[in-house]
Design a protein around this ligand. Sequence first.
Ligand SMILES: [Zn+2]
Length: 240
Amino acid sequence: MRIIDGVYIVGGAEYNLSKGCNIYLIDTGGELLLVDIGLEDDVKLVEENIKDENLNPKDVSILFITHPHMDHAGGAARAKRLFECRLAAHEIAAKIIESNFQKSRDRSTAAQVEIKLHGDESLTFGDFEVHVLDTPGHTKEGGDLCYLIKANGKSILFTGDTAFKCERGLMGGHPVTAWIGKRSSEDVETYLNTLRRLSKIVKPDILLPGHGFLALREGWKELNECIRIVAKHLEEPCLT
Ligand SMILES: [Zn+2]
């Protein structure tokens, strides 16, 4: 499904496109880029969804991973084989992806990460640029990244599981612990700082999260709403 010219959603359980997270495709005008891939079983569906947009899956040159959880990166090895693309992830995420997702109960094939990121890099594809933002907080081991692009004059932020569209509260009303787990208040503070820093350095028009609804206007409002909810959780952890 086209989101705006050059940006598509090609996977996502909530959209019946695949079983794992939301998966986005960016057409840079020459190369195609994927943001996340979902589970191993999702890869074939993603391939079909790309073809449905009249694009060639073999033109995918890089798969960008937001964080090393199975529902986002589990299909990385299969995607690399099928699309003949390279893999890009935070260096902490890369260790987990390359070591067979040790921390996961599910098994998935390990995949080599060719492009190891830290945040603050810009990768260029002709006139097109992908800016990488280091956003620790969601993944316990670290390794969360957000990706920022400009397309059609709009600033578009791919947030993985760092920020969601806050319909009925964060992640559709789930408590904060439902998606960062039972964590120390220091960890929650790290996460809150990430959200605050994000909201200062980017003002996304469109916020494309790893799950659930897409915020197609005033994406920056969702960042502010996430900040509000996480800050409230820090004050009264039992209630949110
Ligand atoms: Zn997720």
